[in-house]
Design a binder for this molecule. Sequence first.
Ligand SMILES: [Zn+2]
Length: 252
Amino acid sequence: MYTGSLESEIGLFADLCKSRDMLMADNETKYVRKCPKCTDGSIMTRKTHGYNNGQEFYGFDHYCDTCGEQYFTNRLHSDIFLHKPFDIYDKIETPFGDIKVKINGKETDFRYRTEIYETKSKAAEKVISIDIIDIDVSRLQINDIITCGFDTELLEYNDSDERSVIFSRETASLLLGLCAFEPYEWETDTFCYQLEDYPGKAFKYRIVSSPDIFDENELYESKFISLAVVCINKKDYKDPNTELFLALTMVI
Ligand SMILES: [Zn+2]
């Protein structure tokens, strides 16, 4: 960490992301903020843009104009994740039963953290709490199976976006969603696992390459499988399904 506090690190990350302005010209630089490392210099963002064999490319470098420190957003992103406080849980209790993690059929502990989603629409309950499950797969081996979900057939397909799949369970009053991260199948050099099967009961992942070859400091998700759980009272929201989707895909 550069700043010594998670809040200011998240602020730095947000500033770096905001400074990536597509309208900047080739080699144009832009001031981001004071450098937290040397405290003298300024972090600048430089855009490069051009053509290579007819292929357009562009990139953004963030560097301190005094100490020369390079700020990589993916590095900061994983540092933020890795420094995030977490608890160790063995299950998440829900009104429909416990959500558990199993490795090769055997129940196992997982990292647990929470996030808050604040809805922008009119609602009786503005704040939705999200339970996040991070499964450490760094010591697993090829073909090990990881499942996360219920012991009984409770879940039905609800929705998905580019990187996440949501299954849910609904009653007259409650809506529960379980959301899983889904790597693309060609991303075997970025993630050691693939999502192999969907609920019914539980999401099922398989280890497809040796976790040893990945660096979780470069990409947090390479050795952690993250899923999220949200349970809401339907009467609190005009469109409970949309709120569920927005809350879950905010973190997965
Ligand atoms: Zn500096």
